[in-house]
Design a protein. Structure first.
Length: 514
């Protein structure tokens, strides 16, 4: 029996939206303030995925500059119609404008269009292309009736403009009494009926997937008598990590296979301690059956029977990036779009060179920082740094949740420093002598992180005591993202002509507890 392991996309990959084109599947997730944004993943079997590009990869496509932590790009919805891909999304807390937009492309790998703004309040727009030639869009907005109460609206979509047109219809406002955050809506047509899928309960432990159906796209919609069709809220708040390894299941999107199977891509969390999760919300997969004309989802488990489609794994990626490619690999991200070229792979071939600039991780800016999402509870990440710091300059490794909660392992003019920034206050946890060339690392086991350093050559040694990683979770730090680990350089508000060279970066999972 062919089986697969959840999550199918580990690390901060929330709000998945998936569609099929022939025998190929494409999936997009939220990226918030990170750039490039809206990664497009490709699969031939719904289990093995690789990033083929980003829908938002040019700074001028969208005004993402200056968005706060966990602002930016929320809950994309991807659909394919008449040979063209349509990607709906919402820009939240934009400095120039906020609201809904659509990007279009003939090839999912790009290039994608500039953003076409769409009318409508709230978040989570999603397109639906009916078989009668008409197209529609749903979205979510707050009503003000009580805290967290939302409703789902529907308007016709004209892809030739593109724009929302015609009359607005309010089609749903929650499944249960006093429901909160009815959101993430998608419409499907199955056996002549229109099915509405929504998230409900907030994107934490009370998250759930609900369904409703109607004979007309504008409603009225009736609730599935077996709602919620997927949730882990009945487990309560004590997640007991070993017994309940997956929690917070919700925000699902349905897709069928050529063989007639139905599956749901959804977000969920793997807590490392109580309800705490440094990995953020990840993308999972579960089977869906149709019973009495309603969808019924299987429980989301770490290991399950795979789709009947033959396995189609992609070639394995190396664990170490030697920075010998002409451009940064797709897994690297930056905070907000860069308006100047502060990194180079050619100034010193085989190295990533970062300019030392005034911007810091605490600023709502685009600092000299490239990062990857943490993807495992137990992992090790290492780099080799060459840097001659002056004054307040520093460079090295950073563990980042947001501007007020992060950890730095950096070379400074006063030596190596391990610095914790918590609730906006910085504390130096440990110091050691520094060399111009040094190797740096972080090792994690569950909630505990340890900083490591070594002369080159020489064995690694710990710097400071183990750090409690609960401070890096969204449950403590707030927001919607997971931990990112990356390479960083700053002059802490001063101008500089200096640079830091990183020879390589390695990320690899470690064996977990027995």
């Amino acid at each position: 029996m062919n089986r697969f392991r959840n999550p199918i996309l580990p690390g901060c990959r929330p709000d998945p939206s998936v569609c099929r084109v022939g025998e190929d599947y494409y999936l997009v997730t939220s990226t918030f303030e990170w750039f490039p944004g809206l990664p497009v993943f490709h699969s031939r079997d719904l289990v093995h995925w690789r990033c083929i590009g980003h829908a938002f990869d040019r700074p001028d496509q969208l005004p993402l500059d200056g968005v706060p932590a966990s602002g930016g790009l929320y809950a994309p919805a991807l659909r394919h119609h008449d040979g063209r891909f349509h990607l709906f999304c919402t820009l939240v807390d934009g400095a120039e404008w906020s609201g809904h937009f659509v990007l279009t492309a003939d090839d999912p790998a790009g290039p994608w269009s500039d953003a076409h703004r769409l009318e409508g309040e709230g978040i989570d727009p999603s397109p639906f292309f009916d078989d009668d030639g008409r197209a529609w869009c749903t979205g979510t907005r707050l009503t003000g009736r009580y805290d967290g109460h939302t409703e789902i609206w529907l308007r016709e979509y004209d892809p030739s403009v593109p724009a929302l047109v015609g009359e607005e219809h309010v089609i749903w406002d929650g499944t249960v009494k006093n429901a909160i955050w009815t959101e993430g809506s998608h419409i499907y047509k199955v056996d002549g009926r229109y099915h509405l899928l929504t998230a409900e309960g907030g994107t934490a432990l009370d998250h759930a997937v609900m369904s409703a159906r109607a004979d007309a796209v504008t409603g009225p919609y009736e609730s599935n008598p077996r709602n919620p069709i997927l949730t882990r809220r009945h487990l309560g708040l004590d997640t007991r990590t070993g017994e309940y390894p997956i929690v917070g299941t919700g925000h699902g999107d349905l897709v069928d296979t050529p063989d007639g199977e139905w599956w749901m891509a959804l977000l969920a969390m793997r807590p490392h301690h109580r309800d705490r999760c440094a990995l953020g919300r990840e993308t999972f997969l579960t089977r869906v059956r149709w019973e009495d004309g309603w969808p019924a989802a299987d429980p989301v488990e770490p290991v399950r029977e795979a789709p009947s489609t033959p396995p189609a794994p992609w070639p394995a990626e190396p664990a170490c990036d030697h920075f010998d490619a002409p451009s940064l690999a797709p897994e690297w991200s930056m905070l907000r779009p860069p308006r100047e070229r502060w990194w180079s792979l050619t100034d010193r071939p085989g190295h990533l060179r970062l300019r030392v600039r005034p911007e810091t991780l605490a600023d709502t800016a685009n600092p000299s920082f490239v990062a990857q999402g943490q993807r495992h509870h137990d992992f090790a990440a290492f780099t080799a740094l060459e840097f001659a710091p002056r004054d307040e300059e520093q460079a090295g490794l950073a563990l980042v949740q947001n501007g007020d909660f992060h950890v730095l392992l950096v070379s400074t003019a006063r030596g190596l420093r391990l610095v914790k920034r918590e609730q906006g206050l910085e504390t130096v946890l440990a110091e050691a002598p520094a060399a111009e060339r040094v190797r740096l690392g972080f090792e994690a086991h569950g909630r505990w992180y340890r900083a490591l350093y070594a002369a080159d050559p020489g064995p690694f040694a710990p710097l400071g005591p183990p750090l409690d990683g609960d401070m890096l979770t969204s449950q403590v730090a707030g927001g919607f993202t997971g931990v990112f680990i990356g390479l960083y350089a700053t002059a802490n508000g001063r101008t500089s002509r200096n640079h830091a060279d990183f020879d390589w970066f390695e990320y690899r999972p470690l064996p977990g507890p027995a």
